[in-house]
Design a protein around this ligand. Structure first.
Ligand code: 13P
Length: 254
């Protein structure tokens, strides 16, 4: 029997948010406290500059925080980079690794991503690993092959299943308003679930599989109802508590 997975609704703020936007984090925290997310866990990954202040706001709260990237090393001469240990120290529980924007903007390879995921585990963080195919790969029918290869090459060997979240984010759906069909998402997530059996320590059924890419209040029901979808990684619609709230509420009646 499949294990019960607690859904995760996570916001990726990307390079958005200044001190004034901590009000949104406080509002999300209050929504979580009021039970708006039902059975789901909720996390926000703000820019690193806001992490410590956000952690102060979220002390005694069930709202979790995450970083958006980390360096593979625990410290050292890496100007501008942030170690997983620093994210943990600042109050993060999660770190996103392998986001397609990092892969594109910083030429991150699967090997880089694997080293970052290993660093996250070393630091005591849980990993949100992003995978996803480009538009050209999608149109060529290569989505499963691409994502399968990313998974195989980006996961540290024997990663504990309960410390791993996979976010399937087709690049062509990120920030475009275009979304895959529910059938496409279900097929990809079913494939991911099967593939994970070769890669994780513990039961692959414990790994949460998130869908990400243009999730909005108006399409959350359609997208999150796909089979094997255990939550979502939300970009633009996570920046304002009032837009994030209806997405969290998907899980309030389950
Ligand atoms: P959007 O929700 O803005 O499309 O971004 C998705 C994403 O990249 C989350 O990591």
């Amino acid at each position: 029997m499949a294990e019960q997975r607690r859904p995760l609704v996570a916001g990726n703020w990307k390079m958005n948010g200044c001190v004034a936007d901590l009000d949104e984090i406080a509002a999300i925290r209050d929504h979580v406290a009021s039970g708006a997310a039902g059975i789901a866990e909720v996390a926000v990954c703000p820019p690193a500059t806001l992490l410590m202040a956000a952690a102060r706001l979220c002390a005694d709260s069930a709202l979790r925080l995450g970083g958006q990237d980390c360096h593979a090393a625990p410290n050292g001469a890496h100007t501008g980079d942030i170690a997983a240990e620093m994210l943990k120290d600042a109050g993060a529980s999660y770190v996103i690794v392998g986001h397609s924007e990092r892969r594109a903007d910083h030429a991150e390879t699967d090997a880089d991503v694997r080293a970052k995921a290993a660093a996250a585990l070393r630091a005591g963080l849980s990993v949100i690993l992003c995978v996803g195919e480009s538009r050209a790969e999608h149109e060529a029918g290569e989505a499963l092959a691409k994502v399968g290869a990313q998974l195989a090459q980006s996961l540290p060997e024997g990663i504990p299943a309960d410390r791993l979240v996979i976010a399937y984010e087709p690049i062509w759906a990120i920030g475009t308003g275009v979304t895959p069909t529910r059938g496409h998402i279900a097929a990809m997530h079913g494939f991911l679930r099967d593939e994970l059996r070769h890669h994780v320590a513990g039961s692959a059924d414990a790994v949460r599989l998130l869908y990400g890419g243009s999730v909005k209040p108006g399409n959350a029901d359609e997208l999150l109802n796909a089979s094997n979808v255990d939550g979502t990684l939300v970009g633009g619609a996570s920046l304002k508590a009032e837009e994030f709230l209806p997405i969290m509420q998907f899980y309030s009646n389950r």
